[in-house]
Design a protein around this ligand. Structure first.
Ligand code: FMN
Length: 293
């Protein structure tokens, strides 16, 4: 792979910013509701955001100094003044309204009104919840950590959840959040977003206590295959037992026709069969064949 290599400080901040946004993506969006010390509601999206701890329950988002003129934002001033914020999640059903709320309206403007959101009183903190959002987290601000003084510098707003509200409509019958029902949006670089439901969602089950044999134990024939991908090989390497030759031969009792394929030396057809078996959920059988090859 030919690489573009960047030394921060040697390119304009706005360009570095875009490379970071495009690479560290998709990012969840904190729809941050705050209130000024005079009682003026404020709402803005922040995608320099994530969860960092469950006990205590900590969310962190960053309100950056503007790259263009090094000014700071209403949300930052409000959390400095009041120490409270409600972080709401962003679903596809109101993503355009969320985008409208990101316009740099003055501090006197209430983005709930501008972008058509319904303010819902919180139980513990003063800022409103966004009624349209399926998950609303009332937070107190534990700490604000400025990361620099120049344009583009972040200010980490470290928040502790004191109350969490989850719409029952987004829960499965087992009471867990269903990705298709919550239908979250993620932010990427430039004007790109991702909708995290439907075909975009993939289930990858990896038991952390199941010690897979690893790539280093894979038979050389498949490891060096130009056909099988890293993802396919990983499904063989995740199996916890490498069959010996005798165990592997058992597969030929069910499929004597595979003996012919093995003896033919047609590696491409063999690797295609291994691929099909992996795709069909028969990785153990695929590994038996790989051992015999
Ligand atoms: C999806 C999305 C994510 C954003 N993420 C951030 C962010 O992480 N940090 C930031 O400083 N600005 C971010 N912005 C820009 C702010 O939302 C924008 O500057 C807004 O006007 C700030 O509002 P405020 O002054 O009311 O806090 C984002 C905008 C959008 C649309």
């Amino acid at each position: 792979m030919s690489m573009l290599t960047i030394e921060p400080g040697k390119i304009p901040t706005k360009d570095l910013h875009q490379f970071i946004l495009g690479a560290v993506a998709p990012r969840p969006i904190a729809f941050a509701s705050t209130i000024s010390k005079d009682g003026q509601p404020n709402l803005a999206p922040y995608s320099f955001f994530n969860a960092f701890s469950s006990n205590p329950p900590i969310l962190i988002f960053s309100s950056n100094r503007r790259v263009a003129n090094n000014t700071t934002k209403d949300t930052l001033r409000n959390v400095e003044d009041t120490g409270e914020v409600v972080i709401n999640v962003v679903s596809h059903s109101f993503v355009r309204q969320m985008a409208l709320s990101s316009v740099e309206y003055g501090a006197e403007i209430n983005e709930f009104e501008k972008a058509g959101f319904t303010p819902l009183p919180s139980e513990v903190v003063k800022p409103f919840r966004v009624a349209e959002s399926p998950v609303q987290m009332e937070c107190v601000v534990d700490q604000i950590l400025p990361l620099g003084e120049d344009g583009g510098a972040g200010n980490l707003i470290i928040c502790r959840i004191v109350r969490m509200h989850i719409a029952e409509a987004v829960l499965t019958d087992k009471g867990r959040i269903d990705p298709d029902k919550i239908d979250l949006m993620g932010r990427m670089g430039r004007f790109y977003y991702v909708r995290a439901s439907g075909a975009a969602v993939e289930e990858i089950m990896q038991d952390v206590a199941a010690f897979g044999i690893g790539f280093d134990q894979l038979p050389a024939g498949v490891k060096q295959s130009t056909l099988l991908t890293g993802n396919e090989l990983a499904q063989l390497a995740a199996l916890t037992h490498l069959p010996n030759a005798e165990e592997a031969r058992a597969v030929l009792q069910q499929r004597p026709d595979w003996q012919v394929l093995l003896e033919s030396g047609d590696t491409e057809s063999l690797h295609r069969l291994i691929r099909e078996l992996i795709a069909g959920g028969a990785a153990e059988t695929a590994l038996q064949l790989a051992v015999l090859a």
